[in-house]
Ligand binder design. Structure first.
Ligand code: IVH
Length: 668
């Protein structure tokens, strides 16, 4: 029996990883998301029943859950070199001359995109990912294995059998533009500061302590360099192609060329086409293909002599600033936007550019009618970087920044130390109200998918809803009167709203859109306070006791409940039957017995899967940490706990307890 369970777990793991490969690497999914989720559910269930067969590289581990307090520094086996950079084609020709001279022959080059993300080195032994380390200073990087395992395009186990026994493969972890835009949209909804660009977002995500958040951020990774003693081929290109066969994501845009003229063609092509990629690149990398030729060329102290990076120049044009309009975001933040005389830049027509805020306008002293320089860097939205004063016509007026909201007329405010002006009319300003509703019905909150941004705008403009509570009073006959609303779509819409009444408390709490409360914080607050009244009555000190909640968040919660109008909306939602407390099931599972205690979970357990054990710790107010330190309260040891961990816990005098001891602890 147990052998067959083991076999089934292995089988399912393999199947799931194959589907991950088809979806994330080959971009050719062969089953639906639903079918995929079913397979994963089945695997998780079996692993829960038979934790002895749970492998650290099981695809179930991709959802994350482990917390890393500090990322361990690791020395690179081979120094993590960087590349020489150039912005000029002439220097690239010089590079080619040097190569030809040193080799006494033409070199075959491989052209690749220069991905704009975070460098990573992945070590595989016997086909299994064992370690992922950042570049760091080139000598030492940080061990980010737990977080990297959540990246679905990185294989946890390799495909086929043709790979070397041990090797390192290096590449770039990045965030696609789409994921980045979604992340920022979400951050905007909860009034969190926006991320500057996908590279920063990827770097920040990779260093997050909670791997379950990393998992949700959908990072991706292209591999571009492989190191090992028994690689199958004697050149870079063929080895990367082989690595693709083992399951790695290698860009299809890698190209082998035979002379510098083709390199220039490749550069010219991507200088324009890069705008249509789903991810950012900041240049092109040129590598000598043959390992023998690479060996002859060798290295300088910092970089190989057989490779060079050509960086794209930031593209600039000048055009006329025709007018400035002011946009109001979902959180009330005002953004001045320049309307420009349309101009071609980097393959697209630019008509608008952001001016960021009042300080930027002041600093540039930009005026309507000016000729301005527009630049498109890594960011998608072009920006104005300066004014051509030689072309300024006489009598242009300085820009007078607006003082009232262009949408609702409310006087704007600007907090000290903040760059943006805000419209404070959170509950009456149309884009803010619509934004709040979109957030409320979103997938991670009430999940009313029959209600999109367009329908919300329609309902709002028709005066049928002014806040989220009004949604629950919508009448079929009123909605039917709207454009493009047929019987079936209205039934769907109302059914979706009805079903949302069952959505659990933590998601309702996220959905009501308290500033700075993201999904994770909402969950922590829900489990800590258990119902909305306790949360509403909490003092600043009590709020600060919840992990994740700092001064700003705590104040935002207090302000939220102090406002009579929001209190009224909550009362109405409660009256309509939404969940404002933990369910019976959630309640029986939760307590505060482990408050202020931190746990390291190690080994395999018989009564819990590791994930469940960690979840139970959190639901009872405790914290999970990744590695043992003097601050750890307990180590829960299962079977096969590593001897190193054991030694460390003993040395620091941290109590080592069994899972039965732990169960006693929470049942006491
Ligand atoms: S090769 C010895 N190839 O650019 C070979 N690097 O300084 C070293 N990068 O931060 C790197 N795309 O992470 C290589 N196709 C590519 C690359 C690439 C991006 C990054 C790399 C490093 C920097 C080079």
């Amino acid at each position: 029996m147990s052998e067959s369970v083991k076999h089934k777990i292995e089988e399912l793991s393999k199947q799931i990883e194959d589907h991950n490969y088809n979806y994330y690497v080959a971009a050719k999914p062969t089953i639906s998301d639903y079918e995929f989720d079913k397979l994963l559910e089945e695997l998780i269930k079996l692993e829960k029943e038979h934790p002895e067969y749970l492998s650290t590289n099981s695809p179930s581990q991709r959802v994350g859950g482990a917390i890393t307090k500090e990322f361990k520094p690791v020395k690179h086996k081979t120094p993590f070199l960087s590349l020489g950079n150039t912005y000029s084609e002439e220097e690239l020709s010089n590079f080619d001359d040097r190569v030809k001279k040193a080799l006494g022959a033409e070199a075959e080059y491989v052209c690749e995109l220069k991905y704009d993300g975070v460098a990573i080195g992945l070590t595989y032994i016997d086909g299994t990912l064992v370690q992922a380390v950042t570049r760091g200073d080139g000598e030492r990087g940080d061990d980010v294995t737990t977080n990297v395992k959540t990246i679905k395009s990185i294989p946890l186990k390799l495909r086929g059998h043709e790979y070397p026994k041990e090797f390192e493969i290096r590449g770039e972890i990045f965030m696609s533009r789409k994921v980045f835009d979604e992340l920022n949209k979400e951050r905007e909804e909860i009034a969190e500061p926006l991320m500057a660009n996908p590279r920063n977002a990827a770097a920040g995500t990779l260093k997050m302590q909670d791997s379950s958040i990393v998992s949700k951020r959908n990072l991706d990774c292209f591999l571009y360099f492989i190191l090992g003693d028994d690689l199958p081929h004697a050149n870079h290109y063929d080895n990367l192609k082989a690595a693709h066969g083992w399951g790695f994501k290698i860009s299809e845009h890698m190209k082998s060329v035979s002379g510098i003229t083709d390199v220039f063609k490749y550069i010219d092509h991507w200088d324009v086409e890069r705008n249509h990629l789903e991810f950012d690149i900041d240049g092109v990398v040129l590598k000598v293909n043959s390992y023998e030729q690479q060996r002859v060329l060798g290295f300088t102290a910092k970089s190989p002599r057989w490779a060079i990076a050509y960086k794209f120049k930031t593209q600039q044009v000048s055009t006329i600033l025709e007018s400035i309009v002011y946009q109001v975001g979902r959180t009330g933040a005002i953004t001045p936007v320049a309307n420009l005389k349309p101009v071609q830049l980097a393959g697209t027509t630019v008509k608008r550019a952001t001016l960021h805020n009042a300080d930027v306008i002041e600093k540039l002293d930009v005026r309507v009618g000016d000729t301005v320089f527009v630049e498109k860097g890594g960011e998608i939205i072009p920006k104005i970087i300066g004014v051509d004063l030689n072309k300024r016509p006489p009598h242009l007026h300085k820009v007078i920044y607006i003082t009232e909201c262009p949408e609702c007329g409310t006087p704007l405010i600007r907090n000290e130390s903040e760059a943006n002006h805000y419209c404070p009319n959170e509950l009456g300003c149309p884009p803010q109200v619509k934004g709040k509703m979109e957030h409320f019905v979103g997938r991670r909150a009430m999940d009313i998918d029959s209600l999109g941004a367009e329908t919300i705008a329609q309902l709002y403009d028709a005066g049928l809803v002014k806040n989220v509570a009004d949604l629950y009073e919508l009448k079929k006959e009123d909605v039917l009167k709207l454009d493009r609303m047929a019987e079936k779509s209205v039934n769907n819409l109302l059914a979706g709203i009805e079903v949302s009444k069952k959505v659990p408390f933590e998601r309702v709490l996220y959905g009501i859109g308290i500033r700075h409360i993201g999904e994770t914080t909402a969950k922590k607050l829900a489990y800590y306070f258990k119902n909305i009244d306790a949360l509403k009555n909490a003092t600043l000190e009590q709020l600060l006791e919840v992990g994740d909640v700092g001064e700003t968040t705590a104040k935002a919660i207090i302000d939220y409940f102090a406002d009579e109008r929001t209190a009224n909306i909550i009362n109405r939602l409660r009256y309509y039957g939404l969940q404002f407390e933990l369910s019976e099931e959630q309640l029986t599972l939760s307590s505060e017995k482990l408050k202020d205690l931190s746990f390291v979970v190690s080994g395999v357990f018989s009564k819990f899967s590791r994930d469940d054990l960690k979840k139970t710790i959190e639901q009872n107010g405790g914290k999970n940490v990744g590695s043992i330190s003097s601050k750890t309260s307990y180590v829960i040891a299962g079977e096969n706990m590593g001897p190193e961990k054991h030694k460390k816990a003993e040395k620091l005098g941290i109590p080592i307890i069994s899972e039965d001891d732990f169960i006693k602890m929470i049942n006491e």
